[in-house]
Design a binder for this molecule. Structure first.
Ligand code: HEC
Length: 219
């Protein structure tokens, strides 16, 4: 059998007299030396290429040098476009009493208000608006709310020095109106005694909640 220089089918070192002309490194381990065989050029190029690519990728999509192209901007655009599509049916809602009461009886849009509530409000008000850090929103005791319209106003502007954050600018006006309608629709749904007890200052009832509908401004 004639051994070639690449034949390693036996465990024996094959000495065919081949001596590569690569230079030696100056490492020596117990007298064993190694040739200085750099990684192939294509491999090194790929390696540096991935690093350069990752920096460019990060700059383009993540760090805001190109703010309108970041993934976050793209997401916001997609959400806004989606909302516009959904709201095409109902137009821009006015936060007046009649509108809030109307949508508090509309199952399709109530479901929308519920999703807004669950996405943004449960951390402070609890899953069923029974109260957590923020007050119970299902009982008859209100602090910043005296009339139906005030629910929308509090959500827009916030209350108590941002303990209740202002949602104007963060939520679409329609989302604010529809979440207000949702709150009215679950009024009284948490049995008395089970939600968070009223917080200091919560003494009002909503005075015009049950007023006759004809008093409302026309829609
Ligand atoms: C960071 C916590 C927090 C989040 C999130 C939050 N709230 Fe509040 N909310 C509060 C606190 C605290 C109050 C009580 C403010 C006060 O004492 O005047 C409050 C009060 C309110 C009130 C008025 C209650 C009253 O009796 O006057 C309404 C209505 C309300 N929140 C609705 C919402 C809705 C709808 C959302 C989601 C879009 C939301 N909140 C998200 C903390 C929060």
């Amino acid at each position: 059998m004639t051994a070639t220089k690449h034949d390693n089918s036996t465990q024996q070192p094959v000495d065919d007299g081949y001596i590569p002309d690569d230079p030696l490194t100056d490492h020596s381990y117990d007298g064993i030396q190694e040739y200085d065989n750099p990684m192939p050029g294509w491999w090194t190029a790929l390696f540096w290429g991935t690093i350069v690519f990752s920096i460019l990728y990060w700059m383009y999509y993540q760090n805001g040098i190109t703010p309108d192209r970041s993934i976050h901007a793209e997401y916001s655009r997609a959400v806004a476009a989606n909302l516009r599509k959904q709201f095409a049916k109902i137009g821009d809602l006015n936060g007046d009493r009649a509108t809030i009461l109307k949508y508090s009886k509309d199952p399709e849009w109530l479901n929308f208000g519920k999703v807004v509530f669950q996405t943004n409000c449960t951390a402070c008000h609890g899953n069923n608006a029974e109260g957590r850090v923020g007050p119970n929103l299902t009982d008859d005791k209100w602090k910043n709310v005296k009339k139906v319209e005030d629910i929308v106003k509090v959500i827009q502007k916030g209350a108590n020095g941002n303990a209740m954050p202002a949602w104007e600018g963060k939520l679409h006006q329609n989302e604010i109106v529809l979440v207000a309608s949702y709150l009215l629709s679950i009024h009284g749904s948490v049995p008395p005694g089970q939600g968070l007890p009223s917080i200091p200052g919560e003494t009002h009832v909503i005075s015009d909640l049950d007023a006759p509908a004809k008093e409302a401004k026309t829609e």
